[in-house]
Design a protein around this ligand. Structure first.
Ligand SMILES: N[C@@H](CCC(=O)N[C@@H](CS)C(=O)NCC(=O)O)C(=O)O
Length: 204
């Protein structure tokens, strides 16, 4: 099973899940800074030219939720529980994260981390302000949910937690989340996981 990754947020969660579940993956680093994701041999795996992607025999998957579900299912991990109700809830949080929370957090991350890192110009203050305003209400939803429980689904660690946290923990992104204490406590619990703290394989 080959896992295609780079040291950025979406592959971060795929790598963290692979490590957490001890999935037998062969790591394949796709250097985004050198455009390796746009080479024909990689586009044959993911025509979108993004990471993560996974190839397991005749199964080829792209999109982080599909990749992490496959890793957890393959290893029999309860990060993707057997219970159907819990699975539906995890799908709900994947969608919420993609459409709202991680979307706006991702824009801020792009402005403050990716742009300077790749010399793509100055962060756009207006874009950051707008995205911060859009992020806060969704952060409020997450914070209120976590006021009642330690994890997003079934009060146990699941793939939903990994997905929703993909843009958290990057100091340079300065996400406007200071007022949300329950999110901070939840993130601190994730940060206790060795696989979360060190998701990526050591580079050769
Ligand atoms: N919807 C995709 C998003 C993946 C994505 O945006 N990956 C970024 C890295 S975090 C990427 O590959 N960017 C390279 C590019 O867009 O050229 C998923 O869920 O996996």
């Amino acid at each position: 099973m080959k896992l295609y990754y780079f040291e950025t947020p979406h592959p971060r969660i795929a790598c963290a899940v692979a490590k957490h579940t001890d999935a037998p993956v062969e790591w394949v680093r796709i250097d985004l800074t050198r455009g390796e994701n746009k080479r024909p041999e990689y586009l044959a795996i993911d025509p979108n030219g993004k990471v993560p992607a996974l190839v397991d025999g005749d199964v080829t998957l792209w999109e982080a939720p599909a990749v992490i579900c496959h890793l957890a299912a393959k290893t029999g991990s309860d990060l993707w529980p057997q219970d159907e109700r819990a699975r539906i809830d995890i799908l709900r949080w994947f969608n919420w994260s993609t459409a709202h929370f991680s979307r706006h957090a991702g824009t801020i991350f792009f402005e403050r981390v990716i742009k300077p890192g790749l010399r793509l110009g100055e962060p756009d203050a207006h874009n950051i302000e707008q995205s911060s305003a859009m992020l806060r209400p969704f952060a409020g939803v997450l914070d209120a949910h976590l006021a009642q429980r330690d994890y997003l689904v079934g009060n146990r660690l699941s793939l939903a937690d990994f997905h929703a946290a993909m843009f958290l923990g990057y100091d340079a992104a300065q996400l406007p989340l200071e007022e949300f204490g329950h999110i901070a406590r939840w993130y601190a619990r994730l940060h206790e996981l060795p696989a979360w703290r060190e998701p990526f394989p050591a580079q050769a």
